[in-house]
Design a protein around this ligand. Structure first.
Ligand code: PEP
Ligand code: MG
Length: 328
């Protein structure tokens, strides 16, 4: 079975009815880019840049250090797109305890609902500016996209776009090369999923973070063992938000992917394809298994069956029954 999956690596990811499906990799460190290439991923759909910021005894990486890390990934991917997520610290990904920045988190009564991700970046404009400039500089070496975590407010959107503009002006003033980069939003807070039509007026693309979308939709701490049995990716409310987000992005003609665990779970492949998803980003180890499902899928047939899964009180059983009853 392993050998068979290995042979799949260089097979293009196309459905039975000829739809090309992009399978991308999630990475945490520049060295992970090798695994992405090895897995046959057609790009990095999520570079979790916060791992450059964690466990550093209070020192945050400066612009130059970040630039080198981002450029290393862009060069390793050799022309394939690299989506760099701006720092997503807080809650399950704390900065180390020594950091003065961490002090602000420690006052958070509930870190998952506190000053984290883009909220923290906007509260630390010097840090955010350095990161944006480092990402832009890496764009001179390949195809780079900026992805912003935990967007929820329209006021954040304008602050993000201004910060990107300021970073570009600074680089222009210093005659540092960069190319145009697309700016996208993670859809991982229910409010953002519901705001999709508005967000699509400003962002070039979106990526659905199902890990947090499940946490915030169901009010289940994703790291709390006591309620882990209620952390349910099949919950109808979660599926409706995912479906709505994909449909809104497709209607707006903007790229949409899923980069949460759902994208790398073969149990969801047909459902997501039926919802209209054409881009999946996952741990490199999952790429072959997802490709296997894609190669056997008929998107047109799946599209027609999706409504019954979404309308069901037990979508998982409905989905399993559908896939058993007809060949895909
Ligand atoms: C997510 O929330 O689904 C996601 C991809 O980001 P992370 O797991 O890093 O929060
Ligand atoms: Mg997340």
């Amino acid at each position: 079975e392993r050998a068979k999956l290995n042979r799949l690596r260089h097979t293009p990811s196309v459905t039975l009815d000829g739809q090309v499906i992009d399978l991308l990799a999630n990475i945490e460190m520049p060295s992970d880019a090798a695994a992405a290439i090895e897995a046959g991923a057609v790009g990095v759909g999520l570079f979790r840049s916060e791992f450059l910021f964690m466990n550093r005894n209070g020192q945050l990486p400066n612009e130059e250090e970040q630039f080198q890390a981002y450029r290393a990934v862009v060069q390793a991917m050799d022309g394939l797109p690299v989506t760099i997520r701006t720092v997503d610290v807080g809650a399950d990904k704390p900065l180390d305890r020594m950091s003065s920045h961490e002090l602000r988190h420690e006052h958070s009564l509930n870190p998952a609902l506190g000053l984290r991700a883009i909220r923290w970046s906007l509260a630390e404009p010097e840090m955010f500016g350095q990161q944006l400039r480092a990402i832009l500089r890496a764009s001179a070496y390949g195809k780079v996209r900026i992805l912003v975590p935990m967007v929820a407010h329209m006021s954040e959107v304008s602050q993000i776009m201004s910060a990107v503009e300021r970073a570009k002006e600074r680089l222009r003033a210093d005659a540092v090369p960069f190319t145009e980069v697309e700016v996208g939003a993670m859809i991982e807070i229910p409010a953002a999923a519901l705001m999709m039509p508005s967000l699509m007026r400003y962002f070039d693309f979106v990526s659905i973070g199902t890990n947090d979308l499940i946490q915030y939709t169901l009010a289940i701490d994703r790291a709390d063992e006591a309620v882990a049995h209620l952390y349910d990716p099949w919950h109808p409310a979660v599926l409706q938000l995912v479906e709505r987000t994909i449909a809104c992005a497709n209607d707006a003609g903007k790229a949409v992917s899923v980069c949460g665990e759902m994208a790398g779970d073969p149990a969801f492949t047909e459902l997501l394809l039926g919802m209209g998803l054409r881009s999946f980003s996952m741990h490199p180890a999952q790429v072959a298994a997802i490709k296997q499902r894609v190669l056997r899928a008929d998107v047109r047939a799946l599209r027609a069956q999706i409504a019954s899964v979404l309308a069901s009180d037990s979508p998982q059983e409905t989905c399993v029954a559908l896939l058993k009853s007809k060949p895909h």
